[in-house]
Design a protein around this ligand. Structure first.
Ligand SMILES: C[S@@+](CC[C@H](N)C(=O)[O-])C[C@H]1O[C@@H](n2cnc3c(N)ncnc32)[C@H](O)[C@@H]1O
Length: 585
């Protein structure tokens, strides 16, 4: 890699500070590879008087993002002849046109994926077609030559144990897409290598727009040489920025990190992720940073099968169906934190999403006499009733309408999606009316339920959390057994399993020893927030469980004899609320 450094240094396209060099990283992790270094003695006193000093200036035309690639490929001067320029251009156009016809392609259209797609095309055609020199050099000597491993390398096996993590599931889908598109031309290992090399080196680089005064857009970009800077939040001494006058990318060193220090070379560190969310870091960069002083996060995604089979709650249907109908993301944030000289994992109950996850754990009303939530296994008849009232002309075919709703609901309940895209008319909430104190029941969505129950949630927080902790302890036991025999022994899988075991052991011990489990009980402010939760998983081609057909409610029950008042005191309100759905349907 030193040769690559020398190549760019001598090419004079990129401006280097004379104190900058490339060496093996000082980070004690076999994944750390090469890193950038500065020699403090090479900085003048004048430079050290400033807050920052420029280590690299990389002109926009030397970087690779979707816009710069189009500019390079559209420039005839980048090719040896007009004929070569046209030949390559035509080949790329036809290849892209074919790829666009791939049925699932639009689902994966992100800037990073397009960038990967272009480089895969370059790798496929570079033996027979001319590729502009700057692209070919970077592809051959950087992307294809570096050592890299990300979760995509062992994704098929990882997905067996972690497929319920949306990030792993998503990676499996995208890796399947690139495999489908390029397996005829490239080895599976090359496809994975190129994918990992690009995602681990891409940076979100701002670019000043030509139009607005201070308008910037951000692009997923590969930046030669800057992409050798390693991540270390606790020793971060540099950052990248853009020169708004030229859109050149700059690497800037904070001079206080070298001022008055020994003349020994120091590694340059930037931050890939200011708040360390460990699964995305492992997925993208293939390593998990050591815990220093800042909190680290992990978002647990509950196994959908565990939710389906869990019997510890007094629900008359499974927890998976509850979360699906109410569109609740079955995930919970955890935080690794140092408290009383102990570093361990806590449940991060500072997120607003937790109240939705806890909805099914709110204790029953009146000492268990009244279930809090009731599932209506004949809810297709509520759908039918509303449908026929909104569309009176369908009344005479009510049985047929019921039959249709029955099959639709059966399908959406059993598919692999995390949510059901229908009005939430399957679960009925039982609650005490805040004003009258009377018992009421109604169908609600998650927001409505959270707001209705806010008062009770506050009163019953301790009981609700206790019920959740009991569920969570069972979940930890289930996961411990589940990952006892990992289905992959790749390096990434080992890191992932070790990390999950650490989490399970910490939290199981805390629960068993009655130590603090919830972060809020530490009575201290959390200095960082976790990243946004991963999206709900969408996997409707897959059937999750095969319920015994005998268990299913027959659809032929006479719709006219069905009385929805058994489940709601607000039938008319609900019908008005969802009328548009039934009218459209
Ligand atoms: C943008 S590249 C940085 C240059 C890279 N070290 C190389 O040799 O090409 C990102 C990769 O560097 C490694 N890396 C960066 N920071 C690291 C750290 N703190 N610990 C371990 N590996 C790190 C990971 O392999 C990551 O995927």
């Amino acid at each position: 890699m030193e040769e690559v450094f020398r190549f760019y240094l001598h090419s004079k396209t990129i401006l280097f500070h004379k104190g900058l060099s490339l060496k093996q990283s000082t980070v004690d992790d076999p994944k750390s590879g090469y890193g950038l270094f500065v020699s403090p003695s090479k900085f003048s006193n004048e430079e050290l008087d400033n807050e920052t000093v420029q280590l690299l200036r990389i002109p926009k035309r030397c970087t690779f993002n979707i816009n710069t690639l189009l500019t390079i490929l559209g420039d005839e001067n980048e090719f040896s002849s007009l004929e070569q320029f046209q030949r390559t251009g035509d080949k790329i156009k036809t290849t892209l046109r074919e790829i666009m016809t791939y049925p699932k392609f639009s689902r994966f259209l992100t800037e990073t994926n397009l960038l990967i797609l272009y480089f895969m095309i370059f790798e496929t055609i570079h033996d027979s077609y001319e590729i502009p020199g700057s692209i070919e050099y970077y592809l051959k000597n950087v992307l294809m030559s570096i050592e890299v491993e990300s979760a995509v390398d062992s994704i098929e096996n990882l997905a067996k144990d972690y497929g319920h993590y949306p990030q792993i599931f998503g990676l499996q889908e995208i890796s399947g897409l690139f495999k489908d598109l390029f397996q005829e031309y490239l080895d599976a290992s090359v496809i994975k290598h190129l994918y990992s090399a690009i995602i681990s080196r891409c940076l979100e680089i701002p670019e000043k727009s030509d139009t607005g005064d201070y308008e910037f857009s951000v692009h997923s970009t590969l930046v030669p040489i800057l992409d050798f800077a390693n991540h270390e939040n606790s020793q971060k001494n540099a950052y990248f920025d853009v020169d708004p006058s030229s859109n050149d990318v700059l690497l800037l060193l904070n001079t206080d990190t070298i001022r008055g220090k020994s003349s020994k070379p120091r590694e340059v560190f930037i931050s890939y992720m200011p708040t360390e969310d460990l699964l995305p870091m492992l997925n993208t960069y293939g390593f998990i940073p050591d815990f220093k002083e800042s909190p680290q996060f992990w978002t647990i995604s509950f196994d959908r099968g565990f939710l389906r089979d869990y019997i510890g709650l007094d629900l008359n249907a499974d927890l998976r169906l509850f979360y699906k109908w109410l569109r609740i993301n079955p995930v919970i944030s955890l935080v690794k934190y140092e408290h009383d000289d102990q570093i361990r994992w806590f449940i991060n109950d500072t997120t607003k999403e937790l109240s939705s996850l806890l909805l099914p754990f709110i204790p029953p009303l009146d000492k268990a006499k009244n279930a809090r939530w009731v599932y209506d296994s004949a809810c297709h008849l509520t759908f039918t009733k509303m449908h026929c009232l909104v569309n009176p002309e369908t009344n005479e075919h009510a049985t047929l309408v019921a039959e249709n709703y029955h099959s639709l609901i059966e399908e959406v309940e059993l598919n692999g999606d995390d949510f059901i895209d229908l009005p939430p008319l399957a679960w009925s909430l039982h609650y005490k009316d805040a004003e009258s104190g009377c018992l009421r029941q109604r169908h609600t969505d998650c927001e409505e339920a959270t707001s209705i129950l806010q008062h009770e949630q506050e009163q019953d927080t301790t009981k609700t959390k206790l019920r959740f902790v009991s569920f969570f302890r069972d979940f930890l036991k289930y996961r411990k057994a589940r990952i006892a025999m990992p289905s992959s022994n790749s390096c990434i899988a080992r890191l992932l399993f070790e990390q999950e075991k650490e989490i399970i052991n910490d939290l199981a011990a805390a629960i068993d020893n009655k130590s603090t489990i919830f972060f809020s009980d530490l009575k201290t402010a959390l200095s960082a927030e976790p990243n946004k939760f991963p999206p709900l998983r969408f996997h409707n081609e897959h059937t999750e469980s095969n319920k015994n057909k005998d268990e299913l409610v027959p659809y032929f029950k006479d719709p006219s004899s069905y009385n929805p008042d058994r489940f709601t005191d607000f039938f008319q309100d609900e019908m008005n609320q969802y009328a548009a759905f039934f009218r459209d349907g």
